[in-house]
Design a protein around this ligand. Sequence first.
Ligand SMILES: [Zn+2]
Length: 240
Amino acid sequence: MSVATTLLELQELDLALMRNQEALDQMPEVRELAKLRARYRTLKLEAQKMLGARKDIEIDVDDLKAQRAQTESQVEAAQVQAAGLTDYRAVRDFENELAGLAKRLDKLSFSLDQRTKELEQAYAQEERMANALKKVEQAVRESAERTRAKAGDLLAERDKLNAHRADLVHAVPVDLFSRYEQSAKRFKGLGVERLVGNKPTVCRVALQPSAMADLKHSGEVAECPYCHRILIRPVDAEEV
Ligand SMILES: [Zn+2]
């Protein structure tokens, strides 16, 4: 099989793969599966945000606990110091200090209560999210199974086409293959045309004699001077 024939076969095959993909995309089961997967991704992102927010609260709670412990030991230290006081002014200063520490302790306890409640809420929220995620995961699995069962024929065809495609790709020089891929992309799958008489099969613009003459130097795989698709020429016929 010549490279030109291989290219044409590759194009037929890729068009068949495109039709196969379209048929798959149009199946309601496939659409449902895609929706469920999108839902799963959204929930997963939300769960990550929740985890981040909860960790922030945990850090806050730890910090508040440390501050409270520190303030409590400051109170204890002040009380030990106060036991030895006799001077009136020193006692008054001590009472002021103690009042300040007590106020601080109150504030810390209040914040700690608040943040601890928030932490409990965050844990509960995360648990609900974990359950929701589990449900969606299960739904994705079931939907994927249903899709496989219904799309079995199309998927088997796709596997066969892909296996055959790999053989063909192997038979095409690397440079030409990348040219083919670019052309296929640019012309939505119809990147290769054949020259029949003086007309290419896709753009169908009749070539002028001068263009036909130029093409004689190009070999079997040329380029259409009008649409710039890969142009397959019947070299043998011409040479006879
Ligand atoms: Zn053309």
